[in-house]
Design a protein around this ligand. Sequence first.
Ligand code: HEM
Length: 230
Amino acid sequence: MSYSLFSHGGGLFLLRYFHVLAGIVWIGHLYYFNFVQGAFFAETDAATKSNAIQKLVPRALWWFRWGAMITMITGVLLYMGNGNYIPNNSPALTITLGMALGLVMWFNVWFVIWPNQKIVIQSATQVAQGGQALPTAAAAAAKAGLASRHNVLFSIPMLFFMLGAQHLGIAVNPEYNMGVFFGIFFAILGALEFNALKGKLGPLTTVKGVIHMGLFLTVVFYLMLEILTK
Ligand code: HEM
């Protein structure tokens, strides 16, 4: 008796299953930090905020960063398992855009948000124990918040393209000018990521603003797909 999961297709299915499960953990915590915790910290008293930073935030950051790591690893393995690498057809092109956004988000989690949040947690713990706040804590909190808010922006087109790979058939001319298409795509993504590392929140300051900008970015990338791949 053969079991469907114990086949190449079954293996890819399990990868896809754990990919989406880990993705829910990751993005779920990203939206919690940006849509819930931020507003609460702005309103609550200093003692409650300090307690939360010492005892709640580290727990949430553990699930957040390891959710991101498992999503990334299963995603890359899925990509390798699919074997459809040249972005001259709709599934390969769409998932390439989704993966570019996802990998930038993963980088921001592990190399910007987590290192800076560790400074914020350390400083709050030191103050609670009667010590001095770390002089870098305020800047670290701002850097983590900026990168995190940009991850919300990127998450909206990212998920559009993740699902689009198998469920949105774009009529792609295999001879389209990839240089122009990816030149524009990576110029936009690069400029936004530069702002995520060195810039300002601007229209992303409010939850409403980041959701609207995320939907707008999705429309821009979708129209690029429809217009520049013919
Ligand atoms: C580093 C980040 C990521 C990488 C490298 C990645 C990679 C991939 C790949 C290669 C696929 C398969 C596409 C195909 O079916 O041809 C995929 C599908 C998918 N990914 Fe991701 N992904 C990433 C992040 C995420 C995140 C954060 C989520 C959020 C929940 C997500 C949700 C999905 C979904 C829902 C699918 C489609 C499953 C289907 O159509 O059956 N991915 N991803």
